[in-house]
Design a protein around this ligand. Structure first.
Ligand code: ADP
Length: 269
């Protein structure tokens, strides 16, 4: 399979003169079309990794290759176009007075012709089930609807990778489910690769592969089935407990009915 993203020995500290190192040799690949989740405790370096990949921070050592091209200060603006990032807080991502203006904003910046822009606004809003809200003010939408509009603004720009940085963590269960459904739908339709930073085990269970970060390093790479069937303490690696009924159903499927005992205790809670 084709590697869309290669991260090699990524090392970074926010303040060059300080002794604290926030990323300590992070190495992983992401394959084209894959859904990869990154999990781990707060402060383990997940967002920093995402920000570096999206070219938002300077001064790292190691290498980031996007679609085979080495990220550098010279090509950062070109390579950033291959990535769309959805952040945590739906309220911080709006720039337009209406939903359609908002979706068009990124395209205006890229100088996409007006006719094409109008076509893509409708298409992208349709893809996230928000076409009926086209003329509405973003402030009036629910959290889940706002995040769907943010996703529409991204897919209108035709990225290859979508990075979700805790994008569902401020949403209620309905909003979360809406976003997950939309990401699943658009992933295939637009041939996207998904890199998702999450605390939601249910969401991680649905991904193709999971990376676990701790203290600026990747301590585990596994499929959901491998990770959930192992003896690892999920609280220790930064995941939510107790588990929901949904997650128990996922686990039953992933472990072919042989759910490790540690989870069965949780089910009784
Ligand atoms: P996570 O996403 O896993 O919660 P982060 O990547 O946000 O972790 O943070 C990793 C480490 O970097 C933490 O120790 C955090 O305090 C530190 N950090 C994050 N952002 C900044 C910043 N802007 N300036 C200085 N330190 C930061």
């Amino acid at each position: 399979m084709n590697k869309i993203l290669e991260v090699e020995n990524l090392t970074f500290k926010y303040e060059q003169e300080s002794n604290d190192v926030q990323l300590k040799g992070v190495t992983f690949d992401v394959f084209s079309g894959e859904w990869l989740s990154i999990i781990g405790k707060n402060g383990s370096g997940k967002s920093t990794t995402a920000r570096l990949i999206d070219g938002l921070l300077e001064g790292f050592t190691g290498a980031i290759k996007i679609d085979g091209q080495l990220l550098s200060q010279e090509n950062v603006w070109d390579l950033r176009r291959k990535i769309g990032m959805v952040f945590q807080n739906p309220d911080n991502q709006f720039v337009g007075a209406t939903v359609e203006d908002d979706v068009a904003f990124g395209m205006e910046n890229q100088g996409i012709p007006r006719e094409e822009m109008i076509r893509r606004v409708d298409e992208a809003l349709g893809a996230v089930n928000m076409l009926d809200f086209k003329k509405k003010e973003p402030a009036r939408l629910s959290g889940g609807q706002k995040q769907r509009v943010a996703v529409a603004g991204i897919i209108a720009l035709r990225p290859e990778i979508i990075i979700l940085d805790e994008s569902t963590s401020m949403l209620d269960p309905t909003g979360r489910a809406e976003i997950m459904r939309v990401i699943h739908d658009i992933k295939d339709k637009y041939h996207l690769t998904v890199l998702s930073i999450t605390h939601d085990l249910d969401e991680a269970a649905h991904s193709d592969r999971i990376l676990v970060m701790s203290d600026g390093k990747i301590i585990r790479q596994a499929t959901p089935a491998e990770l959930f069937a192992s003896d690892e303490d999920m609280v220790e690696i930064g995941l939510d407990v107790p588990f929901s009924a949904n997650l128990m159903a996922d686990l039953r499927e992933l472990t072919f009915g042989n759910i490790p005992e540690k989870y069965l205790d949780d089910e009784e809670l």
